[in-house]
Every structure is written in structure tokens, then in C-alpha cells.
Design a binder for this molecule. Structure first.
Ligand SMILES: Cc1cc2nc3c(=O)[nH]c(=O)nc-3n(C[C@H](O)[C@H](O)[C@H](O)COP(=O)(O)OP(=O)(O)OC[C@H]3O[C@@H](n4cnc5c(N)ncnc54)[C@H](O)[C@@H]3O)c2cc1C
Length: 354
């Protein structure tokens, strides 16, 4: 059976691994020109570690562990008011996302066809398969198509409908960047949560650098689509009254080369499949970074989907239904936790769930 997966980050290569192992002929198309070499730290919890072990990459992943030791909670003056254990933000194992993506890709590159620098542009399902058009490559036929292409999934948009109908914004936006580690943090973090704003700082892999997250409550997710000057201005306005290190961090933000901005959102769908097309990972059920479960969900979702397909060969509708029945309670719980945790980062708790 020939299948196409869109997206080569976490869910995509993991699904490719398990489908190939079950005898599928797998192609992965990724919009980026090569395996992604950027991103924050991601963590694994619970069964996700079993998935890594089953793929034979757990030991290699462990070699990249960030080894965070915990986070100090501070008040508005910077005085310590509490401690969070390492597992709060780093789960049972935390690694830089680029290490995970690279290892997942290397683990499958000999057995799976990867097409980088391209994207699906149209999907036409018919009785015996799906005709897929690409932005660059000629059209091809597949039996099944999977969207593992993240929150703003192209497969979901083409097969399920516009993003706005599926995305649920959590009222929290934030800027991330790195700067010199002037506070001397060493595998530790600082979290200052002050009503509608939060500052989270940590240093791990590179002790000369401090990773900075400035998050704030907002009901303007369209800020994501604005230019950097507008986004910086929104951050400055949100933090205008904060003291402690805020002035220094806002100055560092304006010169940061790795500045990025994003709003927390979840993906809520009534169904994760449509005929011969199914979604996995953030594309189907993003629980927001505040859940700390996105990477685990992507890995567990990929393994579950591949297993249900192996258990119902030649009956993708039954397989997709079983995938959803089995996984949905876990996703619902993670999404609820993701909404509740928004309060810790400056947002209003559980403001927009379903
Ligand atoms: C700031 C931040 C911090 C986070 N922290 C954590 C954390 O601590 N712990 C945790 O577990 N999770 C965390 N997450 C979430 C985690 O990164 C995601 O849940 C996880 O990466 C989901 O994997 P995925 O493969 O489904 O999607 P993604 O990792 O988003 O990958 C989607 C892939 O699809 C590709 N793509 C997109 N469009 C197309 C297209 N049209 N054609 C082809 N390819 C396409 C993209 O280039 C990308 O490679 C965080 C997320 C953010 C934004």
C-alpha cells in the first residue's frame, strides 16, 4: 500500500517508521529544504518513552538530554517564592527539538522516500485512492494520505476546511529569543508569573546563552501575522509596568537574531480523518505548548495510527475510527491541562476550551 505523509518533524517520521515496519510503501513530503535544525526544547512523558524505545532510538535521544535541574519561582522583585522540580517543564526526558527531528529522520531515511522543499497543493480522493498535486513535483497517486504538518496543516485545510474553524486560541501570546546569560543560570530556570504577564528564563545546552520567553494575555492572535516591529511593540506594551529585569530583556529582544513570536492555540476537530485522509500530531489535536504534551502526543498518536492500520488491513475507515476511539480520551485530558496551565504564563485559565 502506497502512502504519503506531509510533514517531517515529529509525528511524520514516527508514523513513517511504524508504517514502513508494517509493510507500507512510505513517502514523506516536507516544506522545509532539509530536516529542521531549529526549535526549542521538547520533552517526553509516559508512554512516549516506550515509543522511542520501540523505535530503537531511546539511548541516542538520551545522549542529548538537556539535564535541567528545576525552575525557581520569583516575585515581581526577583525574590524567590518557590521551586518547581525539573519534571514540571522537562518531563521525564527533555532534548532540543532539532536533535529529536534529526534522529527521527536518520532512523527512517534508508527505508522511506523523503521529498524536501515541496508541499501538497491539492488532494482529490476517488474510489481507489487519492490523486495528490504538489507545488513543484508532478502529481502522484497514493492509497492513503496523512497530515503530520503541524498546527497550520495544509492537509487539514485542503481536506477539512479553513484554519479559523479548527483553531482555538487560548488568549496567550509570547515572544521567544536568546541573549547573553547575564544571570549565570546553569541548567536551571526562573519563572516570574505576574497576573497577565510571565517571564520564563533558562539556560541549559549552551551556558553562555539565556533562552527568554515573554508571554502575555491578549485576545489578538492576529498578531502572529503582523511584522516583527508590531509584535515587539505589543510585547513592550504588555510589559510596560513590569520591573526587575524587564527593561534589559526588552532591549535584548530588539537585537535578537532568533526572535520568534507566536500565540498559543489548540486544534479541535470532530473527526481526525476524512475518507482516505487522516491527521496526526499537532495537525489533528495540538494541545498547546502549555500542556507540555505535544511531542508525546505526536509519538503516541503515530504509533497508535500505524497499529490500527495494521490491525485492519485494507479497511482504513475501521482503522481510522479505532485510532480516534483509542486516543481521544488522552487528547481531551491533555488539552484540558493545556488550557488550565495558560494561567501560569500570564493568560486567563481555561478561557476558551470546548
Ligand atoms: C514555543 C513552543 C514550545 C514548545 N515546548 C514543548 C515542550 O516543552 N514539550 C512538548 O512536548 N512540546 C512542546 N511544544 C510542542 C511541540 O513542538 C509539538 O507539539 C510537536 O512538535 C508536534 O509535532 P508535529 O510533528 O505534529 O508538528 P510540528 O513539529 O509542528 O511539525 C510539522 C512539520 O510539518 C512541516 N510542514 C508544515 N506545512 C507543510 C506543508 N504544507 N508541506 C509539507 N510540510 C509541511 C513543518 O515544516 C514541520 O516540519 C512546543 C511548541 C512551541 C511552539
Amino acid at each position: 500500500m502506497k502512502v504519503l505523509i506531509s510533514g517531517a518533524s515529529v509525528a511524520g517520521p514516527a508514523l513513517a517508521y511504524f508504517l514502513h515496519r508494517n509493510g507500507f510503501d512510505v513517502t514523506v513530503v516536507e516544506r522545509a529544504p532539509a530536516a529542521r535544525d531549529n526549535g526549542y526544547a521538547v520533552d517526553f512523558r509516559g508512554e512516549a518513552l516506550d515509543v522511542l524505545a520501540e523505535m530503537g532510538i531511546l539511548d541516542e535521544i538520551r545522549r542529548h538530554e538537556t539535564k535541567m535541574r528545576g525552575t525557581t519561582l520569583i516575585d515581581e522583585t526577583g525574590a524567590e517564592i518557590g521551586q518547581l522540580p525539573a519534571e514540571s517543564f522537562a518531563g521525564e526526558l527533555e532534548v532540543p527539538k532539532r536533535a529529536l527531528t534529526r534522529i527521527l529522520h536518520e532512523n527512517t531515511s534508508a527505508t522511506v522516500e523523503y521529498v524536501f522543499g515541496d508541499s501538497i497543493s491539492a488532494l482529490a480522493e476517488h474510489a481507489s485512492g487519492v490523486t495528490v498535486a504538489f507545488e513543484h513535483a508532478p502529481a502522484r497517486e497514493f492509497d492513503l494520505v496523512f497530515g503530520a504538518d503541524g498546527v497550520y496543516s495544509t492537509v487539514r485545510r485542503l481536506a477539512f476546511g479553513p484554519h479559523d474553524e479548527m483553531l482555538c486560541h487560548l488568549g496567550l501570546s509570547g515572544a521567544g529569543f536568546s541573549t547573553a546569560n547575564h544571570l549565570g543560570l546553569d541548567h536551571t530556570g526562573l519563572l516570574q508569573s505576574a497576573g497577565t504577564t510571565a517571564i520564563y528564563l533558562f539556560s541549559a545546552e549552551d551556558r553562555d546563552r539565556l533562552t527568554v520567553s515573554l508571554s502575555f494575555a491578549t485576545d489578538s492572535p492576529e498578531l502572529d501575522r503582523r511584522d516583527r516591529p508590531d509584535q515587539e511593540q505589543a510585547v513592550r506594551a504588555a510589559f510596560a509596568r513590569n520591573g526587575w529585569q524587564t527593561k534589559h530583556l526588552l532591549e535584548a529582544m530588539t537585537t535578537a537574531e532568533d526572535f520568534h513570536f507566536g500565540s498559543s492555540c489548540q486544534v479541535h476537530l470532530d473527526h481526525w480523518s476524512q475518507g482516505r485522509i487522516a491527521l496526526v500530531g499537532d495537525a489533528a489535536y495540538c494541545a498547546a505548548p502549555t500542556s507540555g504534551m505535544g511531542t508525546s502526543q505526536a509519538l503516541i498518536g503515530a504509533r497508535t495510527l500505524a497499529r490500527t492500520l495494521a490491525e485492519a488491513p485494507n479497511d482504513h475507515l475501521t482503522a481510522f475510527a479505532a485510532y480516534e476511539t483509542e486516543l481521544r480520551p488522552y487528547i481531551t485530558e491533555n488539552q484540558a491541562n493545556g488550557r488550565a496551565a495558560v494561567a501560569m504564563f500570564g493568560g486567563a485559565a481555561d478561557s476558551s476550551g470546548r
